[in-house]
Structure formats: structure tokens, C-alpha cells
Design a protein. Structure first.
Length: 326
């Protein structure tokens, strides 16, 4: 049995801390798939990652076939089948979103170059570190043609999970009964949780909940949920983000059920008027081999189109901020 080699950057951070036990327990790649986990972080954090390694050892996970920690991407990413880019600089006091985008850019240039240089030929990359769409755009550009467009994704799954939970709670349904509720655009406060095509218990979401609520508080609450968690907890979401990373990878590795879609930000092929090359969230389906296709022919009403335009405009602005890195 060959172990899946998975490298995770930002390995000493709180999201990674919640991801590692899930990977080691087989929840990401399967209960019969061995894993070789590589913890990657910046040099000052390596001592801390050693503590995380000790905890992974102490978990005595039967599927854990390999475990290492390094501050050298060229070692951590070597032959990696999956690279989860979680590490990024947090927003400092007085930093605007554009400052954060600029500060993080060089990290993802280095990530992208190292992935192209040493990762496995079939590597797949999931970007979690924010601003994740634009960080993915940067890493993808830095990697060049060796790692094709369809290997890259950025995580909007936490937003999708939030939207489905919220709609289920509002309509008295179970989360598993909510289908085709997916995120379009940026992982930011402009994201679109598109409810016009969603179903609850097989019926249109627009029949299960009031339009006024869907267009108003629902969208606002999903867009602002990350900030609400920071306000309540003092730190940003961690285990819910880890759950979303597990779901994100699993959705790419599992055939999508016929009655559902999932969302992730991927390199646009021009679908729905989203400029080619931008990393934007779309409704996706997977055949279960790690890849995806963008669902075509989804009808968007005027409300959805307006919101999609706004979030895509934001992505274009972010791309302008980092144009020197592309
Ligand atoms: P954290 O502050 O706990 O950890 C950040 C990690 O990044 C640490 O390991 C740190 O050493 C590393 N890091 C710092 N500077 C770095 C640099 N210059 N180069 C490489 N790595 C560096 O943060 P967290 O809560 O674990 O969140 C990690 C990232 O994931 C953040 O960017 C956060 O905004 C993002 N996030 C995204 C989503 C999403 O839905 N896409 C959800 C939650 C968190």
C-alpha cells in the first residue's frame, strides 16, 4: 500500500492543529489509506511543530506511515500528492485587506515554485491561507505550466457549510437535506451563497424560506460569519475550517451525488463571464479522481447576477494589487 503524501503549511497554526488528527485518522483520504504527513512552517515555529508531531505520534494512528517537520518547502513538498497551503501572515494592527494581500503574495510565490519543482507529477493543491483566492492565483502563476490549472483550488467550503447549516436551521430541515447550495466568487464578505438553485428536501429553497430573508439576512449572515466568530471567540474559526478542508478534499476524491454540487474556488475557464484565469468559486461536480468540472447551464436571476458581478469585481481588484507577482 502506498501512503498518500500530504504536506501542510502553517503547521503550527490553529487550523492545521485541527486538521492533522483528522488526516491521521483517515478522515480525509479514506479509512484504508495510509498517510505520510509533512508539517511545514517558518523557522521560528519549527519547535512548536515538533510538539504537534509528538501529539500525532501519541495518537498511535494505525494509518500514519510517515511523519516529518521542516521549514524547507523543497523537503516538505518533495513527491507530495497533496499540498494544503494554510500558512500565511495574519493581518496585523492597522493592516488593510490590500496590505495583507501584498504581504502574503511572496509566500505563495515560493509555495508555487516549490510545488512545481519537487511535488509529485499529479500533485493537487488546496489553498486555505487568506486571501485564499488570490493566494491561489499567485501560487498557480508561480508554478507555471508544469502544474496545470485543474490541480489548484482555494477553499470556500466553510462558507458553503455555513450557508447549508443556516438554511437548514431556518427551515427546520437537516443539513443533509440541503443540496446545491454553493458559493460563487471570492472567499470574502462579497461572496454569493447562491440559493436560487438550492433545494431543501428536494423542493426549491425559495419555497422553503422567504425570499426577503434569503436575499437579506441569509446572505449577510453567511458573508459576515467569519467576523462574528472572531468577535465571539477572540480568534478566527479553527475546527470548522478544518472540517471544511476535510470536506473540500473529500469532495474532490468522491463522485458527486447526482442531486448535488459542491463549491471551491478554481481557475476560471471563462464560465459565467468570470474572466479566464481568475480563481473564483463555482458550483462543481467531481468524478472522484481528485479533479472537477464546473457545472454548466446554471440559471442565475438578476439578484444573483448582481452579487456575482460584485464579488468578481473584487477578485479583479485583488489581481491588480498583485499583478507584479503574476
Ligand atoms: P494561525 O495564525 O494560527 O497560523 C498561521 C500559520 O501561518 C502559522 O503556522 C504561522 O507560522 C504561519 N505563517 C506566518 N507567517 C508566515 C510566513 N511568512 N510564511 C509562511 N507561513 C507563515 O492562523 P490559522 O487560524 O491557523 O489560519 C491560517 C490561515 O487560514 C489564515 O490565513 C486564515 O485566515 C485562513 N483561514 C481560511 C479559511 C477559509 O475558509 N478559506 C478559514 C479559516 C482560516
Amino acid at each position: 500500500m502506498t501512503a498518500v503524501r500530504v504536506a501542510v503549511t502553517g503547521a503550527s497554526g490553529q487550523v492545521a492543529y485541527s486538521i492533522f488528527p483528522r488526516i491521521a485518522a483517515g478522515e480525509m483520504f479514506g479509512k484504508d489509506v495510509e498517510v505520510d504527513i509533512r508539517l511545514v512552517d517558518i523557522p521560528p515555529m519549527i519547535e512548536k511543530t515538533k510538539g504537534v508531531m509528538m501529539e500525532l505520534e501519541d495518537g498511535a494512528y494505525p494509518l500514519l506511515a510517515g511523519l516529518s517537520a521542516t521549514s524547507d518547502r523543497m523537503i516538505g513538498f518533495k513527491d507530495a500528492d497533496w499540498v494544503l497551503l494554510v500558512g500565511s501572515r495574519p493581518r496585523g494592527p492597522g493592516m488593510e485587506r490590500n496590505d495583507l494581500i501584498g504581504a502574503n503574495g511572496p509566500i505563495f510565490v515560493d509555495d508555487g515554485k516549490a510545488i512545481a519543482a519537487v511535488a509529485a507529477p499529479g500533485v493537487r493543491v488546496a489553498v486555505v491561507g487568506n486571501p485564499c483566492n488570490t493566494n491561489c492565483l499567485i501560487a498557480r502563476a508561480a508554478a507555471g505550466p508544469k502544474v496545470p490549472d485543474d490541480r489548484w483550488s482555494a477553499m470556500t467550503r466553510l462558507d458553503q457549510n455555513r450557508a447549508r447549516s443556516l438554511l437548514a436551521a431556518k427551515t427546520g430541515a437537516r443539513v443533509r437535506d440541503v443540496k446545491k447550495l454553493v458559493i460563487w466568487g471570492n472567499h470574502s464578505s462579497t461572496l454569493l451563497p447562491e440559493f436560487g438553485n438550492a433545494t431543501v428536501g428536494g423542493k426549491p429553497a425559495t419555497a422553503a424560506a422567504e425570499k426577503g430573508w434569503l436575499e437579506g439576512d441569509f446572505v449577510k449572515e453567511v458573508q459576515g460569519r467569519g467576523a462574528a466568530i472572531i468577535a465571539a471567540r477572540g480568534v478566527s474559526s479553527a475546527f470548522s475550517a478544518a472540517q471544511a478542508v476535510v470536506d473540500h478534499v473529500k469532495s474532490l476524491l468522491t463522485p458527486t451525488p447526482a442531486d448535488d454540487w459542491f463549491s471551491a474556488a478554481v481557475v476560471s475557464d471563462g464560465s459565467y463571464g468570470v474572466p479566464k484565469g481568475l480563481v473564483s468559486s463555482f458550483p462543481l461536480r467531481s468524478t472522484g479522481n481528485g479533479g472537477y468540472e464546473i457545472v454548466q447551464g446554471v440559471a442565475l436571476d438578476a439578484f444573483a447576477k448582481g452579487k456575482l458581478d460584485a464579488t468578481v469585481a473584487e477578485l479583479q481588484k485583488e489581481r491588480d494589487v498583485v499583478k507584479d507577482l503574476l
